[in-house]
Design a binder for this molecule. Sequence first.
Ligand code: BDR
Ligand code: CA
Length: 304
Amino acid sequence: MTGIILDCDPGVDDAIALALAVASPEIRLRAVTAVAGNRPVETTSRNARRLLDLLGAGDIPVYAGAARSLAYSEPRCSTSHGEDGLGGIDIGSGNSIGSDHATDIIAAALAGPQGAELTLVAVGPLTNLALVEIKYPGLLARAAAILVMGGAAFTAGNITPAAEFNFWSDPLAAHVVLSSGADLRIFGLDVTSRVAMTPDFLGRLARGGGNSARKLHDMLKVYGRSDPLLHDTCPVAFLVEPGMFTSERGYMQIDWSPGLGEGRSHFWPEMMETRPKPSNVSVVTHVDNGALLTLLEERLVRLP
Ligand code: BDR
Ligand code: CA
């Protein structure tokens, strides 16, 4: 069983990732930490709490983290998940957030006796992880692995022509994490934008599952498309069935200077002769979409 902390900014696709983690016996979800991203951190932390309560996982603690990116005084949020970040679905209020700061929780878990067995799954801007590394240089490298949804190694961006949302939202934080020496696996748009639900899948989710599956189905409508994308689900699914994914080693660097290219991730495959530094990441290049949907359906319909 893999022990994880899920760092997220729910967010509808974050909600599906959270649900898959809760429904998977291969994963022990030790805590959920929230960061400003899709919405301000007050909203994303409350959403994480609301979701865990909905999913029958009220015992898993939630901690709020960074309220803004390293470089900008206001968080760079998105409107694509609705004003409340979860498509306006009624799932209770979610008031009980842990009093510790998310970065203290992550740092303590990594420094603790089981720190080397902990996997961090980061599916929002990387501010919380970067703050841990800034405060305790070298600590991120203690994690068994860090799985990141962010960037676009080979394809265009989704929030600007150059950049994927999580990396654009806090490019300096992405730079800090990419430079940390940790065991990093990057799930960028190259693969996550190919992982789409189908109308048939959505129908089965609504009809075949319990209350949680129905609420998740309803919140997906906020995307306004019949084949919603499952970005944040990919790293969680990797922990359950890594064989569904193909990866490639190489060096990734992010453009963090303000301007048209801000947030763009550049990737040099291991064999590219101009690679400026040793490889620092495994970039996921392929996923078996059918197998992922089968896994997801099987797990989500188990939820209460
Ligand atoms: C990422 O951006 C967010 O809107 C999603 O939750 C996901 O983490 C995709 O670019
Ligand atoms: Ca997210």
